[in-house]
Design a protein around this ligand. Structure first.
Ligand code: SF4
Length: 197
């Protein structure tokens, strides 16, 4: 598939990138992974310690929780989902990426979105929401409602790292995921199977 080739080329370009100061502080670029053209994309903040070590997105504790949430809704990066982050290099000490770092990395994400062709994007946490859609938006206010962005339905929700800190948020994320499942059935696959909804 041509899209996979173009994505691989983009990954090579990102791996050689020095466009912001984050590259000097991290071990490696964590680009993104998953299946293209199946309708769903998930965008987080940036690589953490485990991701930086292994070179893959969402592989630490928060990543494993994300995989479980996605799986409960019938999604996975092996079958139908592409996952990526706002910045591809780990910010030191897992700090929030600065606006200029987000800006420097944004062209890679925009191209990933173009190649993954999602109908729905789940934005995990404030950095993803602010970096892509609205720098002033608040996740607590925006979550749970679809908003259209460049013809794509965007669902902001809490980042799994926030759920690890505050398990009370899990119920809200599951409410958001049920809306994602409904929308996916409407826009992508009417027969989409989800274990719990
Ligand atoms: S975070 Fe993005 S822009 Fe900055 S060096 Fe890494 S790949 Fe390049």
């Amino acid at each position: 598939m041509k899209q996979n080739m173009l994505m691989a080329e983009l990954q090579k370009k990102a791996e050689a990138c020095q466009n912001c100061g984050l590259r000097k502080e991290c071990n490696q670029v964590v680009f993104g992974e998953g299946v293209l053209g199946k309708g769903l994309m998930v965008i987080g903040e940036g690589p953490g310690q485990e991701e930086d070590k292994l070179g893959r997105p969402f592989v630490g504790r928060a990543g494993r929780l994300l995989d479980m949430i996605l799986e409960s809704a019938g999604f996975s990066r092996e079958r139908n989902t592409y996952v990526a982050n706002i910045v591809k290099c780990r910010p030191p000490g897992n700090r929030t990426p600065l606006p200029e770092e987000r800006e420097a990395c944004l062209p890679y994400l925009q191209e990933q979105i173009r190649l993954a062709e999602p109908k729905i994007i789940i934005l995990l946490g404030a950095t993803a929401l602010q970096g892509l859609v609205d720098p002033k938006a608040k996740i607590s206010v925006s979550r749970g409602r679809f908003q259209e962005w460049q013809g794509i339905q965007m669902m902001p929700t809490y980042h799994p790292a926030a759920l690890l800190r505050n398990p009370n948020l899990k119920a809200l994320v599951w409410e958001d995921m049920k809306l994602v499942v409904d929308e996916y059935r409407k826009l992508v696959d009417p027969n989409h199977y989800s274990e719990y909804h």
